[in-house]
Design a protein around this ligand. Structure first.
Ligand code: PEP
Ligand code: MG
Length: 755
């Protein structure tokens, strides 16, 4: 056996690539062990599957097609236990999973061993025989030894990206999606463009490059630039550092010139990867080699290498030549996408957003919705580094993302996208129609804005006014607090554009996850800290300037409502009212033709729900901010994807809180609106109609969808739904029930892809 083992190892080492190595192994092992079948499965971490990659004995067309989920089949059991399984009757094993068309049914004896490198299971090697008999001990040891040899080759193939390529080459690869959370409705099919923080080497994606010679040239220039930096640094430290310490810089220079860095990266570039991606891969491989060394000094050099790579990449990315060429149908993907990154892509090229972090109420999802872009959030398993340039499908309804989908899946989504487009075109016709239920109840629909300087989408949406203007955004894009005149111009623009329709301007709501670059706040618990009205009441000078600007902007228009965020105590409303009155009196004294604005309170903290009646008595209207209300009622951070499954505005407690607020406000004759994302959710809108809500405010892109619900559902039906929902225990059952009602009413196109 030893000679056979040596021969196989030699042949595997001489193989051109992993695919060939796997085929040599299955061929030779089957022969050496006199087995009827030998197969290798590779572990696909992205899709959580073990994929058949080479076989002798099973139907060859099964390669790439047979995929076992992490909890499927005996193969997965070998991987999860990370130890061999040797049995005489596989079909009778409780974990046996039969794949039609593999001709596997005739094999009984089964031996599977895991292929493990550094405690990580990279795949499974199996042999099978017709005889209902276990393989003997010598055979088992032989297979374990082969698997150990294979592990080295596979680990190498994993770092070099070859394994990924191999998995990718089979078209069935992503018939199964990666799961995230619905962020903004719609379906996008396009090219992924990865956004990454340049300071984080591990996040640099692979990216195809056309002119490889140019790319190698750029890489060499970056290397020279880093060498120059290091020489300069070394010279500068001549006086302060002893010679032996400075020897480190010489070591750096040697590393930079080494073939393992320079040569290996150049080869990767010539294979078609762009220089930053090639540098990352080279460094990953070398760091792995260092980590395996016994010498602690050498292990520490891994960090030095990382630092050098960071410097090279920094030089490469600084180069203006590397501006991203956004494809026609760009889907922006990233670990975390900021509003600024989203704004960088030309609007006509951007068709979707996929983010590894965040949830439906993260501000980037709100922005995507405002732009009418489908978005999927909280895709924790998103392979950001390996997705750039790939075709992906983002389903903003289900929260699913498909990478390189097979033809059938793509065709199905293309059909759904066409239906969607047809539906949206039909809905556009609604924008001149009134928002009235079939039994005559009018529910005005307002737009949320402020995220964008451009108010055109809200104007074109047919909104009855602006229900929430988030003033923090004009504050965020400046380098200092904007003065009264600057604010006046911003507010005037929107008040004028909508007059005589009402415009609700919210006073500054910073803190929490919204920071001003020039007003940093350091807190352990920012969402429970200094935010919203708490800041502006502590700084009456900001508050007064802001409400003065608002009232002046409304001179002669008389369509201003002022909304106060984060009210949790009655005294806050009293103080804010006093300041507004003071500003009003001052403006009158200054001879401005101002009128007294209507003042409303946001209900977005649990205490405000309990105070709703008293707040409504002292204010002109209430507006329920369900984004924060859900966060605070359920104690679930609205931006944390790890707990995002717990965040749902259809939770029975949130529904009760919203309903109680509406009843309390009405009991003292005051109107209530919902301006959180719940208002734009068709299922929730159904309930809100049943609760007798007075108006709703949402992203301009959701407006026609909600109008369709209102124009299709009578208040009686909606009240019936509310009664049913109040008997239910959890958000999932409530959503399923409401979606079903929408589907039965012919409105299914609002809650799933298609028409
Ligand atoms: C809310 O909390 O529901 C709300 C509308 O405000 P924001 O999303 O700006 O916090
Ligand atoms: Mg809020």
């Amino acid at each position: 056996m030893l000679t056979t083992l040596r021969r196989i190892i030699q042949e595997v080492n001489a193989a051109r690539n992993l695919d060939q190595a796997l085929n040599i192994i299955v061929e030779q092992v089957r022969e050496a062990m006199h087995a009827d079948v030998c197969s290798v499965y590779l572990t696909d971490e992205v899709l959580h599957q073990h994929v058949l990659m080479a076989t002798r004995g099973l139907d060859p067309s099964s390669v790439g097609r047979v995929r076992l989920g992490f909890d499927q089949g005996i193969v997965s059991l070998v991987a999860s236990r990370a130890e061999p399984i040797n049995i005489d009757n596989a079909p009778q094993h409780p974990r046996y999973h039969f794949f039609p068309g593999t001709s596997e049914e005739q094999y009984y004896g089964f031996l599977g061993v895991p292929i493990i490198h550094h405690r990580k299971v990279l795949g499974v090697l199996i042999v099978q025989q017709v005889k209902p008999q276990r393989f003997d001990e010598e055979q088992e040891n032989f297979l374990i030894t082969i698997a150990a040899q294979l592990a080295g080759a596979m680990a190498h193939a994993e770092t070099s990206g070859e394994m990924e390529k191999l998995l990718n080459q089979h078209e069935t690869r992503s018939a199964r999606p990666i799961h995230g959370l619905p962020g903004a409705p719609g379906v996008a099919i396009g090219t992924a463009i990865a956004i990454y923080p340049t300071a984080d080497l591990d996040k640099i994606p692979d990216r195809p490059v056309e002119d490889m010679d140019e790319e190698v040239k750029a890489f060499n220039q970056a290397l020279e630039a880093v060498k120059n930096d290091i020489c300069t640094l070394s010279k500068r430290l001549q006086e302060v550092l002893p010679r032996e310490e400075r020897a480190l810089f010489d070591a750096y220079l040697l590393m930079l010139d080494s073939h393992s860095l320079r040569g290996a990266t150049a080869v990767r570039i010539m294979d078609g990867n762009w220089a930053p991606g090639a540098v990352r891969r080279t460094i990953e491989e070398q760091i792995q080699a260092f980590a395996e060394m016994d010498d602690p000094y050498m292990r520490e050099r891994a960090e030095d290498l990382r630092e050098l790579a960071r410097r090279i990449v920094h030089h490469l990315l600084k180069d203006a030549r590397r501006d991203v060429d956004y494809p026609e149908k760009t889907i922006l993907v990233g670990d975390e996408i900021t509003a600024a990154q989203l704004a960088e892509v030309p609007r006509e090229r951007l068709i979707g957003v996929v983010s590894a972090r965040g949830s439906r109420t993260s501000h980037v999802a709100i922005l995507a919705r405002a732009l009418g872009l489908p978005a999927v959030m909280g895709v924790t398993e998103l392979p950001v580094g390996r997705i750039d340039g790939q075709t992906i499908i983002a389903d903003g309804y289900s929260g699913n993302v498909y990478i390189n989908p097979p033809k059938q899946v793509r065709a199905e989504f293309e059909r759904l996208a066409r239906d969607e487009a047809a539906l949206s075109a039909e809905l556009v016709n609604l924008h001149n129609q009134p928002s009235v239920t079939p039994d005559g109840k009018s529910i005005p629909l307002y737009a949320n804005t402020g995220l964008l300087s451009d108010i055109t989408p809200s104007l074109n949406s047919g909104a009855d006014g602006i229900g929430l203007y988030r003033t923090e955004f004009p504050f965020m894009v400046r380098q200092r607090f904007p003065g009264e005149e600057e604010q006046l111009r911003v507010y005037q623009q929107v008040l004028k554009a909508f007059a005589p329709r009402p415009v609700t301007l919210r006073t500054l709501d910073v803190g929490g996850d919204k920071a001003l670059p020039y007003f940093p706040i350091q807190e352990d618990n920012p969402f429970l800290g200094w935010r919203g009205i708490r800041i502006t009441l502590d700084h009456p000078e900001f508050f007064l300037v802001q409400v003065r600007a608002m009232m002046r902007a409304a001179c002669g228009l008389d369509n201003l409502n002022i909304l106060l965020p984060m009210i949790s105590h009655l005294a806050e409303l009293d103080e804010a009212n006093n300041l507004i009155n003071r500003a009003y009196q001052e403006l009158l004294e200054e001879k401005y033709q101002v009128t007294k604005p209507r003042v409303g309170v946001m209900i977005e903290v649990p205490s405000a729900v309990y105070l709703a009646k008293r707040l409504a008595t002292r204010a002109d209207f209430l507006s329920i901010g369900t984004n924060d209300l859900t966060q605070y009622l359920l104690a679930v951070d609205r931006n944390n994807s790890r707990v995002a499954a717990l965040y749902d505005a259809l939770h029975p407690a949130v529904i009760d809180a919203v309903y109680k607020t509406i009843i309390d406000a009405h009991s003292v004759g005051k109107p209530v609106s919902v301006c959180g994302e719940m208002a734009g959710d068709p299922a929730a809108a159904l309930l809100l109609i049943g609760m007798d809500i007075d108006s709703l405010s949402m992203s301009a892109s959701s407006l026609n969808r909600i109008k369709w619900v209102i124009r299709s559902i009578t208040t009686e039906t909606a009240k019936g739904c509310l009664d049913e929902v109040q008997k239910m225990d959890d958000a999932v059952s409530i959503r399923n029930y409401l979606n079903n009602i929408l589907e039965q009413s012919g409105l299914g196109g609002l809650v799933r892809a298609g028409r």
